[in-house]
Design a protein around this ligand. Structure first.
Ligand SMILES: [Cu+2]
Length: 224
C-alpha cells in the first residue's frame, strides 16, 4: 500500500475510534433521566407539592414491561424521571397514585411508615402507620429515602381488579390507590431513594432491571 494510502487508513481508523468514543459517552449521558425542578420560584418556608405515580409496566421503549415511577412536573405534565430537585429544609407534601398489584413483603419492616409527618400516611383517606402485607392486596412498592429515614409502603391494587393500567402515564380512571404523606428535606445534597420491594419480574430474586436503573425504581432527591 502506498504511503498516502496507509496514512489515509490510519486517519480513518483514528476518526472511527474517536467517533465511537464520543457516541459511547453521549449514549451514557443520555440514559440519565432528566432533572425535574421543584425549586424555581419557591418561597422559603412554603411547602412543595410532589405528585408521583407507580405503574406495573411503563409501556414504552425498550423496557416497556418494566415497573416504574413517574413524576408530575411543575407544569402539570407527567415525566418519566426519578431525579427531582427539591428546596432544602422544606416540607414536601407527596401524593402517590399507585396503579400496580402487590404481594406480601419478604421483610415486614418495610410495612412500617417511617420518617413522615405523624409517622403515618393517608391510604385512600384513611390514616395508617403500618401495612400488614400478608392480608389483602399486599404492598406493590415502597418510597424509601434511607438517609432521611423516610419509608412509605405503597398498597397494591387487587390482582383481578378491573381497569388496570398497562402504559404510563396512567390517568385516574384506571384502578389505583392514593397514598399521601409529608416529609422534610434537610441540608443540600444528593439523597438516593428507591423502592425496597423486589418488584423486578423476570430478574433474579426480583432485583436487577428496573430495580437498579435510575428512572424506574430508583432515583435521587437533589436537595438545593
Ligand atoms: Cu418497586
Amino acid at each position: 500500500m502506498p504511503k498516502a494510502g496507509r496514512l489515509a487508513l490510519a486517519v480513518f481508523i483514528f476518526a472511527l475510534a474517536f467517533g465511537l468514543g464520543v457516541w459511547g459517552v453521549a449514549a451514557y449521558l443520555r440514559i440519565q433521566p432528566p432533572n425535574v425542578n421543584f425549586t424555581s420560584g419557591h418561597r422559603r418556608g412554603q411547602p412543595v407539592d410532589l405528585t408521583v405515580q407507580t405503574v406495573g409496566s411503563y409501556g414504552h421503549g425498550v423496557h416497556a414491561d418494566w415497573v416504574s415511577y413517574l413524576v408530575k412536573g411543575p407544569n402539570g405534565h407527567w415525566v418519566h424521571s426519578t431525579q427531582w430537585e427539591l428546596p432544602a429544609h422544606t416540607r414536601i407534601n407527596v401524593t402517590v397514585y399507585q396503579y400496580d398489584t402487590g404481594s406480601p413483603l419478604r421483610n415486614q419492616v418495610w410495612g412500617l411508615i417511617r420518617g413522615t409527618g405523624g409517622h403515618s400516611a393517608l391510604l385512600n383517606g384513611r390514616r395508617v402507620r403500618l401495612l400488614n402485607s400478608n392480608v389483602g392486596n399486599g404492598v406493590a412498592h415502597t418510597f424509601s429515602v434511607p438517609a432521611l429515614g423516610v419509608s412509605v409502603p405503597l398498597w397494591g391494587i387487587a390482582g383481578n381488579a378491573p381497569h388496570q393500567c398497562a402504559a404510563a402515564p396512567c390517568s385516574l380512571r384506571f384502578t389505583h390507590n392514593v397514598i399521601k404523606f409529608s416529609f422534610y428535606t434537610t441540608h443540600p445534597g444528593q439523597f438516593r431513594w428507591q423502592c425496597f420491594v423486589p418488584c423486578a419480574a423476570g430478574y433474579l430474586n426480583g432485583n436487577g432491571g428496573p430495580m437498579d436503573t435510575l428512572g424506574y425504581m430508583a432515583g435521587f432527591l437533589k436537595v438545593i
